[in-house]
Every structure is written in C-alpha cells, then in structure tokens.
Design a protein around this ligand. Structure first.
Ligand SMILES: [Zn+2]
Length: 356
C-alpha cells in the first residue's frame, strides 16, 4: 500500500532576480501549454526537442514534464497558469551543513537554493535522502507572492501479517498531557511544564493587552506556539519510539472532533476568555503522532472517548461517576491502576467504539 503526500517547501529568501526568473519560466511554460493545446493532436510535439520550436527558451526537462502534465489533464481548453514541474531525475534534495537545499534546472543553469523547513518537513526529507520514501514530482509554485516547491513523496506502508496485531491506546489530558498504554506497559508525560508555560504566557498576555503593546503581544503568542510545537514534536517522537520498541501495529487515540469534546472545549474557552491553548495543542499533538506513525508503518485509528475513564479496564465494571483521586481502585476485581493508564487501556480496547 502506498500513500502520496505533498510537502510545501518555501524557498529561502530568493533574490529579486531569481523571483523574476521563476515568474518568466512560469509565463513561458503556460504560453507553451496554450500553444500546445491549440495544435491538432497529430501536430503536437512529442519530445522536448520538437517542443522547443513552440516555446520561448525553457530547460528541456521542464518542457518534457509539461507535455506529460498537459496530457494528464482531461481535454484542457485553456491554461490560466501551468507551473514548472520537475520529475525526480531533474530535481534534487540535499542536506548541506545541516541545512536543506534543492536544485533544479532554470533559465540560467541548474541552481541550488536553500529552503525553509518545519520539523515535520525535516522528518520527511530525512527519509527521502535515506531512500526510505520515494520522491515524486516537484512543482515550482507562487503563493501569496512567495515561491514554494510542492514536492510529492510516496510512502509505502508495509502490510503487516494478520493476527499479530498489537495496539497502543493514547489518552490526552491536562495533568498528564499524554499517557500511552499497551498490554500493561505505560508511558507518561506530565503536563506540569505545559501548565507552567500556559500560566506564564497568559499573565504576560494580559499585561501586554493592558499596555496595548500589540506587536509584543503577537510576538509572545508566536513564541508560545513555537515552544508548544517543540514539546509536541518531542512527545510524539517518544511515543513512536516506544511504539516501535513494543512492536505496535496500531495506535488508537480519542476522537477530538466528537461533539462531546467540542462542547467541553466551548465551555472551557469561555472560561479562558477565548484563549484555549489546550484545544489546538492536543490537535497538533495527535497530528504529529499520526504522521510519524504513518512514516513508521503504524496504523492510526480514532475511538470515541465516552466513558473511557469510568470503566475498569480489567473487568469492565462501569462506574457512575469519574473516580476521585489519581488512582482507579476497582471494588469488583480489586485492580488498582492510574486513572489515565486505565483510560488509555480502554482506548486501546476501543470500548466506546471506533469513531467514524
Ligand atoms: Zn475491575
């Protein structure tokens, strides 16, 4: 099974001359595309050499790929814009002194340009240069005045032999950001540091608001976002390492899109004056776990969260209210477990059903 994803890599501070050249290439390939479709099918160029007669100068690789891209479209009438596209033989990703750069043919020559990447993109690019995922086409695209490379990547997901399924359940919360559980093995991440960060930025924000220091306010929000993103990357990496160590085939997480969750968030947001860190940070954490899991060949499934903290994960006894304290003592089977580990176990077992 394979999955194709597109990562959007921003070119790092291209010079004005480079930007003009990218625009010129785009204009020329668009003009070529319109010329190409205006010709009778039998008269259309088949090779880049033939194509050159119908185009302002462009690299052969761009013309060859343009012909492929045009023919992949179903009976196009007019191209408002056709972006330059490079196949995997003409586009290269490299790491130089810890920095990523890409190279591709242009009007001048083949050029290497630095790119800006997120940690998530770094993960994909590492896999790409290690040959663990396949490179597809790379498109030179302008979005809101900035130039990007849209790089497609093909990930093959190993089909695991049936019957050897091992599932890990993941519970998210405030006291413990994340608890992962599989067959009695648990992994805890305390929410202490995140709670501290949250309090710190909240009081900073209210001070800046009072002082009407809006620029500083925006900066502090960005900084908070970066810190939380960094924490989420660390946690999700540790979860995947743990899952790989344990031979996990499937990760089950609670479905945060559920109506119940949204209702709880809305209430929370009102209390929080519209600034709920927890909501987006949990979504982001799940998103990071999900893409890292896919890269590691682990399946991800979402389950309904209802009652996961009110049922004994050992005997299945259902309590009428959430247990008090941090430990879950079951009067029926006598088992004692941490409440979050108990909830994570129930998520692993999908006691509330798989979310659709
Ligand atoms: Zn029990």
């Amino acid at each position: 099974m394979t999955q194709i994803i597109t990562i959007k890599l921003k070119l790092y501070k291209p010079t004005h001359e480079k930007e003009k050249m990218y625009q010129l290439m785009t204009d020329r390939v668009t003009a070529f595309a319109n010329k190409y479709i205006s010709l009778e099918k039998k008269d259309r160029p088949k090779t880049s050499r033939q194509a050159k007669a119908y185009s302002e100068p462009l690299p052969s690789a761009v013309l060859t790929q343009a012909i492929r891209d045009i023919n992949a479209k179903k009976d196009p009438k007019h191209f408002k814009r056709l972006w330059c596209n490079f196949n995997n033989q003409n586009f290269k990703v490299e790491k130089e002194n810890g920095n990523w750069k890409v190279s591709f043919p242009t009007l001048e020559k083949r050029i290497g340009v630095p790119i800006e990447t997120s940690e998530r993109q770094n993960d994909y690019l590492e896999k790409l240069v290690n040959g663990e995922v396949k490179q597809g086409t790379a498109m030179l695209v302008k979005r809101r005045g900035k130039w990007y490379i849209h790089l497609s990547i093909e990930i093959s997901i190993e089909e695991k032999p049936k019957g050897r399924e091992k599932i890990i359940g993941i519970d998210l919360g405030l006291i413990n950001i994340l608890v992962a559980e599989t067959e009695g093995q648990t992994l805890f991440f305390s929410g202490g540091r995140l709670a501290y960060i949250r309090r710190h930025f909240k009081s900073l924000r209210s001070r800046l608001m009072k002082a009407k220091a809006y620029k500083k306010l925006k900066e502090s929000e960005d900084r908070e976002h970066r810190i939380v993103t960094d924490i989420n990357h660390k946690i999700s990496r540790a979860v995947i390492d743990f899952a790989k160590e344990q031979g996990i085939t499937k990760i089950r997480m609670e479905d945060l899109t559920g109506a119940r969750w949204e209702m709880k968030q809305k209430k929370k947001q009102r209390q929080d004056n519209g600034k709920s860190l927890q909501s987006w940070s949990f979504y982001q954490l799940q998103e990071f776990i999900e893409y890292k899991a896919i890269l590691a060949g682990i399946e991800v499934e979402y389950v309904n969260k209802d009652n996961t903290s009110m049922i004994c994960s050992v005997c299945g006894h259902k309590f009428t209210s959430r247990p008090k304290g941090r430990m879950f003592k079951c009067p029926f089977c006598g088992s004692i477990r941490h409440i979050d580990a108990n909830a994570a176990r129930n998520i692993a077992k999908a006691i509330s059903g798989i979310a659709s």
